[in-house]
Design a protein around this ligand. Structure first.
Ligand SMILES: *Cc1c(COP(=O)(O)O)cnc(C)c1O
Length: 409
């Protein structure tokens, strides 16, 4: 890293003048946390007693037999509290907020998963909590909005622009600039201005630390490949950090190919040729943008991967060749979801099924000596409407139609 907050030519801190002092304050608090030997222990113990950590490592015998190679091991972030890896980051930031003496947290959310995680953390720590969400997303994600409110958060529907995630981000930044003395902005992934990418990666590294110890104790050697899906990149960086310096371990990040990379309807920044380097939302990375720098529409069956940017840390590993990037289509993802449910009795989140789909596609290149590790970033319960709809079950469709009507009423 040449300059702090830079990863190769990516990252940085591109923010309005008014927020500089706040980000410096956050950086100082985070540096203090990293230097404090008791902090990580306290964080681990909080996650052990509140969030089911360490999450298990599951040997997937049936998938292994089905493909006749390699040995599949699955890291079970679906069993983490609130159903995904997101809480690892959010609880860590909660501890930092407590140290800074702030009492109010804000966040923006698209699909609502990060909003629910943040509202959960705020309830646990006794913080005031406000969640910004595009008006369109509020209507689409009624169940998550309901839970955020029950957990004590105020959900603010944002009526500007396209009334989706990017408008919610703008509104949250406006709030932060006005209330920075009392308020912390809980960023949900390894993106945004410095120090967020580094700080979120630090908390998510708990996945890779656990997974490495677990696979060494269970198998006695390192995996040949580690697979993870990539939206912003936090679950991927979380598990990859356990193996970054083991050059014999290949790291594979799997993005959303949506309806196919050639269709233009996808959210693949690093595995496609469609993204270019730019600065937006406070940092420099590959964005899916047009020639004028206008952000393009992205598309994926998995809401959590449907994002225009990608972690500057992953962009740098992409350029260095340390991480290989692939993409899986909606169809491959649904097939992988079906197979994982039938063979292993696990309902993967559609995001996580991208990582599975890629391992299934590549299984035939591997031998029965190979051990692979897949990060299952979350559980699929939240995807019930999408999965039932895609599988075309008519009776389910009628039932879901009624439910969906009730939710959006
Ligand atoms: C939010 C989410 C993702 C995408 O976020 P990353 O920062 O790329 O990890 C992936 N899987 C699940 C289950 C999620 O909820």
């Amino acid at each position: 890293m040449e300059r702090p907050g830079y990863y190769g030519r990516f990252g940085g801190m591109f923010i309005p003048e008014i927020l500089v002092a706040t980000l410096q304050e956050l950086q100082a608090a985070f540096e203090a946390v990293k230097r404090d030997p008791s902090f990580w222990k306290m964080y681990q113990s909080l996650m052990a007693t509140y969030s089911c950590r360490p999450t298990p490592l599951t040997y997937s015998e049936n998938l292994t037999r089905h493909f006749n190679a390699p040995h599949f091991y699955i890291k079970r972030e679906d069993l983490n509290h609130t159903g995904a890896h997101k809480l690892n980051n959010v609880m860590g930031q909660g501890l930092v907020v407590q140290r800074m003496g702030k009492r109010r947290v804000i966040a923006e959310t698209g699909a609502g998963q990060h909003g629910v995680a943040t509202a959960t953390m705020a309830a646990k720590f006794g913080f005031e909590c406000m969640i910004y969400m595009g008006e369109v997303d509020v209507a689409r994600q009624r169940p998550n909005v309901f839970w955020m409110e029950q957990l004590g958060a105020t959900v603010v529907p944002v009526k500007d622009g396209s009334r989706t995630l990017k408008d919610a981000i703008n509104e949250a930044l406006r709030d932060w600039a006005t209330n920075m003395d009392t308020t912390h902005y809980v960023l949900g992934t390894v993106c945004g201005p410095h120090p967020f990418p580094e700080m979120v990666a630090y908390f998510q590294s708990i996945i890779g630390k656990e997974a490495k110890a677990q696979i060494l104790s269970e198998v006695g050697r390192l995996p040949s490949r580690v697979y993870a899906c990539v939206g912003g990149g936090s679950n991927a960086l979380g598990i990859f950090q356990g193996f970054l310096y083991d050059s014999e371990v290949e790291l594979v990040g799997v993005e959303a190919a949506g309806e196919g990379l050639k269709s233009g309807k996808h959210a693949s920044r690093l595995a496609s040729e469609d993204a270019s380097v730019g600065v937006a939302q406070g940092y420099k990375t590959y964005f899916l943008q047009d020639d004028d720098g206008q952000m393009r529409e992205t598309h994926s069956v998995a809401a959590g991967l449907d994002y225009i940017g990608v972690s500057p840390i992953l962009a740098a590993y992409h350029e260095e060749g340390r991480v290989r990037f692939e993409a899986a289509t909606n169809d491959e993802v649904l097939e992988a979801t079906r197979l994982t449910m039938k063979k292993e009795g696990i309902i993967p989140a559609l995001e996580s099924a991208h990582a599975l789909a890629c391992t299934f596609r590549e299984a035939s290149q591997m031998s029965s000596d190979d051990v692979i590790l897949v990060n299952l970033s979350g559980r699929g319960d939240k995807d019930i409407f999408t999965i039932a709809d895609a599988l075309g079950d008519e009776s389910w469709k009628r039932f879901i139609g009624k439910k969906a009507e009730a939710y959006s009423a």
